[in-house]
Design a protein around this ligand. Structure first.
Ligand SMILES: Cc1cc2nc3c(=O)[nH]c(=O)nc-3n(C[C@H](O)[C@H](O)[C@H](O)COP(=O)(O)OP(=O)(O)OC[C@H]3O[C@@H](n4cnc5c(N)ncnc54)[C@H](O)[C@@H]3O)c2cc1C
Length: 319
């Protein structure tokens, strides 16, 4: 494919490519726009991770807004800033381009060169594709986080899928704010399962061992869980947090630029959201397993943008 080579501007200090236009990338773009930086935001045309959700919750001013509405409002607000360009494309590579600069390769072959890059691609949830009905219920009655969708599922019969005895023992208490009828579903081979069951009973819960084969539902509304051995359990809401992996472009960048990651494969960043490669920042879900939310991602994007601005000033002072 023959792509174009695109230096962003003649002012090489104030230019950033942001990869991904979720809450982290869009917030960073807005903050950088207010600092009057040149910014190119590149967002994939594919549906983002939270697209299954009927409404995102817990972000003031936008509680319950559809994911697509949040994004379209963000794009509209950014389009008012002359220094911001929004592109719909998949970023395929982020490489160093000499003199501390980066080349960001798009799927149409274009390469955008910039002094700073912010990775804000989010992550990919790895759905258990062997479980029939999972995708239909995902984001509605199969929820990855009670904060996000617990209120919408409150006062129903819940189960949580866990493989850790301590969590199984605690689950009835931990989820009581949303349901007084919660059981934990665990693998038969989980160490400590008997102790977890005894503790759960004393707290008004239960621990059920088994491998889930099918989720019975009506248009995404769960009513029963079926196990490998044919047993069924009437449940209306399942808390199931699947494992995650990085977007392919981030996985490639980790390899090619030797980015440091934590034990779970999340990109390691300092307090300013800078990676171990100067000029390359990472904000949002891709850099945090435990603080994944709209608000946390937006805050991380804003922090990165502030740091990018300060860094540009420092470069200008040095030259
Ligand atoms: C079903 C569901 C419901 C949720 N509900 C809530 C909720 O109610 N409240 C809450 O606070 N949080 C909720 N979350 C979590 C929340 O959506 C995330 O924590 C948040 O969106 C992460 O923001 P982000 O900017 O890091 O990444 P994302 O929002 O995932 O955005 C990343 C963007 O990068 C793009 N991208 C990826 N790869 C590339 C590439 N190669 N090139 C260009 N662009 C790329 C993606 O398409 C996407 O637009 C929910 C998550 C799920 C799965």
């Amino acid at each position: 494919m023959n792509g174009r080579y695109r230096p962003m501007s003649s002012n090489t200090d104030n230019e950033t490519v942001i990869v991904g236009a979720g809450p982290a990338g869009l917030t960073a773009a807005l903050v950088l726009a207010r600092y009057r930086h040149r910014v190119v935001v590149v967002d994939s045309p594919h549906a983002p991770r939270n697209s299954a959700s009927g409404g995102v919750h817990g972000h003031i001013g936008l509680d319950g807004a559809a994911p697509a509405e949040m994004r379209s409002r963000g794009w509209k607000e950014l389009s008012r800033y002359a220094t911001v360009e929004l592109l719909e494309a998949d970023v395929e590579s982020v490489r160093t381009a000499g003199s501390g600069r980066f080349g960001v390769g798009l799927d149409n072959g274009d390469i955008i060169e910039a002094s700073t890059v912010l990775l804000a691609t989010g992550v990919i949830d790895i759905h258990p594709t062997q479980v029939d009905g999972f995708s239909a219920c995902w984001g509605h009655t199969v929820i990855h986080c009670p904060f996000c969708l617990g209120e919408e599922n409150a006062d129903r019969r819940w189960a949580i899928v866990v493989d850790n005895a301590e969590l199984a023992a605690l689950s009835a208490v931990a989820l009581r704010a949303w349901s007084t009828d919660t059981v934990a579903i665990c693998p038969e081979s989980m160490p400590g399962i008997d102790g977890a069951r005894t503790a759960a009973h004393s707290r008004g819960g239960d621990v059920i061992a088994g491998t889930i084969r099918r989720l019975h539902h009506r248009q995404g509304s769960l009513y029963a869980v079926e196990f490998d051995d044919g047993r069924t359990l009437e449940r209306e809401t399942l808390v199931w947090t699947p494992p995650q992996r990085q977007q392919p472009v981030v996985a490639r960048t980790i390899d090619e630029l030797n980015l440091t990651v934590d034990d779970g494969g999340f990109v390691s960043v300092d307090d300013t959201r800078c990676t171990n490669v100067p000029g390359l920042y990472a904000a949002g879900d891709l850099a945090s397993r435990w603080k994944q939310s709209i608000t946390a991602s937006a805050a991380a994007g804003a922090t990165a943008a502030d740091a990018i601005h300060v860094s540009a000033i420092q470069r200008a002072v040095r030259t």
